[in-house]
Design a protein around this ligand. Structure first.
Ligand SMILES: NC(=O)c1ccc[n+]([C@@H]2O[C@H](COP(=O)([O-])OP(=O)(O)OC[C@H]3O[C@@H](n4cnc5c(N)ncnc54)[C@H](O)[C@@H]3O)[C@@H](O)[C@H]2O)c1
Length: 409
């Protein structure tokens, strides 16, 4: 499925919940670029637009944006800005962002949260509310999320609920957050019994992806971000998957041009999907390819042991294997995906979560997934390369997949 041409919409068929939900391929407009979703601002800067009527916003992508007031010039004037960051990112970039905001907001404050998925909790959320109230932040306050997906998800949720909703801006500093979590308005926190189970839809006013911030990202985190990029190929755009196969080494070497293209194309695809299905009534679920198995890994091991992207990487391989066992893709497709996941530096084998009944433990955890209905797990599967389908599978088959994909090899 390629980028949308003007006047085209993303078709998907809604069927009874007991039957698979298909997302058939859209006729491809040629040539692929330029796409109407992207505008070139300067040589190395681009803007992708999320089209959601009055909730529309821009994603600015480029180098040096965190030092450029222009990047934030579209924001409406306000009195107070609260920057939310964490103990790792704040020392690196908070001062720079605060300087930039000094020209726009009379009152500026910040809150620095503990770092890590394990802190995506009510307690951290409470720290944000404490900062807002202590600083007498009113309804016109703008929250800024400076950090990865954890900070972004929590800041967005705080913004969705403080005084029943205040605006917020995403300033993502991980690859994963730039290509996925900062875009689309899903916000929330984890519950010990399930990942991202408490949250709200709340779209940001603006997303600013400064590619320079990726220079300080640990290698393991860069690989985790690649997982969320790779997912866009099998579910939507096999040309992009071929490009990734060609450019994965450049991406791991943090080549600016390669990163710019990967972030832009990922945001374009996410923009198209979210623009067609903002609240996940159907199509948007395809963005969860690999996440049903991946979330089980994350919550089963305890949040933060495996990175989210690592869970997604191995989860995509498990979902592809389930697709193969259901006759939807061939072994060649699975091998191709596995080779790319491996070259991205991601684990290939899922962890054992329970020595006694490992598959049973996976099934138990996956029944808490948000896509599950009436206790029936629904997986995003690949129904031929570039096309996703949402459907259930017999427990016995899922058990076989877990047994085949879990360590040791
Ligand atoms: N809302 C959504 O649509 C959506 C989509 C995908 C993932 N997510 C969520 O995103 C989270 C994962 O995000 P993540 O991978 O960004 O993890 P993260 O936010 O934990 O960041 C990863 C690590 O990198 C550090 N870091 C961030 N930026 C840095 C930089 N520039 N330099 C050095 N270190 C830096 C962080 O402090 C952290 O230690 C998960 O909680 C996941 O559920 C949400």
């Amino acid at each position: 499925m390629g980028p949308l041409g003007e006047g085209q919409s993303l078709p998907y068929t809604w069927r009874a919940m007991t039957t698979p939900l298909h997302f058939p391929e859209t006729p491809r407009p040629a040539p692929r670029r330029p796409t109407p979703l992207v505008s070139q601002d300067a040589a190395d800067r681009q803007t992708v637009r999320i089209d959601l009527a009055e909730r529309s916003y821009a994603i600015a992508i480029g180098s040096g944006l965190l030092s450029d007031p222009e990047a934030f010039s579209s924001l409406p004037p306000g009195h107070c800005a609260l920057v939310v960051s964490n103990t790792t990112v704040a020392p690196l970039y908070l001062e720079r962002l605060e300087q930039l905001l000094a020209g726009r907001y009379a009152q500026r404050c910040s809150v620095v949260l503990p770092d890590g998925e394990a802190y995506k909790t009510w307690q951290s959320l409470q720290l944000i509310f404490d900062a807002l109230l202590r600083n007498h932040c009113d309804r016109s306050t703008v929250l800024f999320a400076l950090g990865g997906g954890v900070v972004g998800d929590m800041t967005g949720f705080a913004a969705a609920s403080y005084m029943r909703g205040v605006p917020f801006v995403q300033v993502p500093t991980t690859l994963l957050a730039q290509v996925d979590s900062s875009v689309g308005g899903k916000t929330g926190i984890n519950h010990p019994l399930g990942k991202n189970m408490i949250g709200a839809f709340h779209q940001p006013l603006l997303v600013v992806c400064d590619l320079d911030t990726l220079d300080t990202l640990p290698e393991r985190e860069l690989s985790a971000g690649l997982a969320e990029i790779i997912k866009y190929g099998p579910i939507y755009d096999m040309e992009f998957m071929a490009w990734l196969e060609d450019q994965v080494d450049a991406l791991r070497a943090r080549d600016r041009a390669a990163l710019a293209h990967a972030v832009r194309r990922s945001c374009e695809i996410k923009a198209a999907v979210v623009g067609a299905d903002e609240r996940e009534a159907g199509l948007r679920a395809i963005l969860n390819f690999g996440h049903t198995f991946g979330h089980a890994v994350e919550s089963g091991l305890g949040y933060g042991v495996w990175l989210h992207g690592e869970g997604v990487g191995v989860g995509m391989l498990m979902a592809a294997e389930l697709s193969r066992r259901l006759g939807l893709v061939d072994v060649g497709f699975c091998a191709r995906l596995q080779a790319l996941v491996q070259r991205a530096g991601l684990p290939l084998r899922a962890p054992v979560l329970d020595a006694n009944d490992n598959a049973g433990r996976y099934l138990e955890l996956m029944r808490v997934d948000k896509k599950a209905q009436g206790g029936e797990i629904r997986f995003v599967l690949i129904d031929g390369p570039g096309q996703a389908v949402l459907r259930s599978a017999p427990d016995a088959l899922v058990r076989e997949v877990v047994d085949a994909c879990c360590a040791p090899a």
